[in-house]
Write a new protein. Structure first.
Length: 312
C-alpha cells in the first residue's frame, strides 16, 4: 500500500471529538492518500469519564461505516491501559506480560471491529517482565495472523536494540517500528518532562536509526500541542532555554520565506530528515488536518534544511 508519510493521531476521537467530526477528519485524511491511523487501547484514559476504549471504538465505527479496512493501516498499542477503573495515572498499567498482551489484543480487535492490527506496539517499558516473555507473546500474535508488524514506544535505543537481538536469537518477529516524542525544538538534556511517560528522541536515537534503515521512526507531539502557534499553549518548562529561542527564530524565518506555516515547516523537516520520521498529527477539525496536509507540498532544499539543522 502506498500512502502519504503522515499518521493521523486519534486520541480525542469518541470523547472531545464527536463521531461526526472524527468521521469527517478520517474521510479527508483517506481522500488525501492517508492510511496510517494511530491509536491505543488506553486513549484517552486520562480524560475525566473516559475508560481508554473511546478512540479505538470510534475508529471501529468509522471502519464499519466506510467498509474500507483494507485501505487503512491500523496502529494500536498495549501495556499502558490502567487496570483500576478511574485511575488517571500509569500506576496500575496492565504491563507487558504475556497474559496482558494476549488480553489486550483481543480487546483492541473487538473495539476496532477487525481481525488484525497492522502495527502493534509495546506502549511503555515494563522492566518487571523479561523481554523474552513480551517478545514471545508478540510473535505468537504475528504467527496467529492477529498482528502484522510490531514496534515499541517510549523506550531508549539500547533497550530497543536489545529487544531486537532477543527476537532474532529466538527466531521471532523483531520490532521494526519505534515511536517517540520528536519535534524541531528540543528539551534541555536530562530535564524531566511534565508528561513523565514520554520519551524524547535524542542524538543517540538518531545515530542508531541512521545505521538501521529498516526501522521506521514514528514521531508524536510533533506540533507541541499547538505550542508553535498558540500563546495559550506554552511549551513544557523543559523546553525553556536559549536553544529553543534560537530555533524558533530560524523556524519563523524559513516559514516566511516559503510562504508556509510554522507547523508545516516542522512537519516537512521531520518527513525529510535523517533519519526520516513519520509525524503523527492530531487534528480536532478538518481545517487543522488540511494545514498538516499542506506540509507535503513544502520543499526544504539543502540550504534551508542546513539552516534549520545548524541551530543548537
Amino acid at each position: 500500500m502506498t500512502h502519504i508519510p503522515l499518521a493521523l493521531g486519534t486520541i480525542p476521537f469518541g470523547t472531545a471529538v464527536d463521531d461526526g467530526t472524527a468521521f469527517a477528519i478520517m474521510d479527508r485524511f483517506a481522500e488525501a492518500g492517508g492510511a496510517l491511523l494511530d491509536t491505543s487501547n488506553n486513549y484517552p484514559f486520562w480524560f475525566d469519564g473516559a475508560t481508554g476504549d473511546e478512540s479505538e471504538l470510534a475508529i471501529g465505527r468509522w471502519l464499519a461505516s466506510r467498509k474500507n479496512r483494507d485501505r487503512v493501516v491500523i496502529s494500536t498499542k498495549c501495556g499502558a491501559r490502567p487496570t483500576v477503573p478511574g485511575d488517571r495515572t500509569l500506576g496500575s498499567a496492565e504491563g507487558l506480560s504475556a497474559r496482558a498482551v494476549e488480553t489486550a489484543i483481543e480487546g483492541s480487535l473487538r473495539r476496532l471491529g477487525t481481525d488484525r492490527v497492522d502495527v502493534y506496539w509495546a506502549h511503555i517499558e515494563d522492566r518487571s517482565v523479561p523481554l523474552a516473555e513480551t517478545l514471545g507473546a508478540f510473535d505468537e500474535l504475528v504467527r496467529a495472523g492477529k498482528v502484522r508488524e510490531t514496534g515499541a514506544s517510549n523506550i531508549p535505543a539500547w533497550r530497543f536494540e536489545r529487544a531486537r537481538n532477543v527476537a532474532r536469537e529466538n527466531g521471532w518477529t523483531a520490532y521494526s517500528h519505534l515511536q517517540l516524542r520528536h519535534s524541531y525544538v528540543r528539551p534541555r538534556p536530562g530535564a524531566p518532562l511534565q508528561s513523565s511517560g514520554h520519551t524524547v528522541v535524542n542524538d543517540d536515537t538518531l545515530d542508531y536509526l541512521r545505521e538501521e534503515p529498516g526501522i521506521t521512526l514514528w514521531a508524536y507531539s510533533t506540533l507541541m500541542s499547538g505550542g508553535y502557534t498558540r500563546t495559550d499553549r506554552p511549551f513544557d518548562p523543559a523546553f525553556d532555554h536559549p536553544g529553543t529561542t534560537r530555533r524558533l527564530a530560524v523556524l519563523h524565518e524559513v516559514a516566511a520565506e516559503l510562504g508556509a506555516t510554522v507547523n508545516q515547516v516542522v512537519l516537512a523537516w521531520l518527513i525529510g530528515g535523517s533519519p526520516a520520521a513519520v509525524p503523527i498529527v492530531g487534528a480536532s477539525t478538518v481545517e487543522q488536518l488540511d494545514e498538516a496536509l499542506g506540509a507535503l507540498d513544502v520543499k526544504l532544499d539543502d540550504e534551508l534544511r542546513a539552516r534549520l539543522d545548524a541551530v543548537s
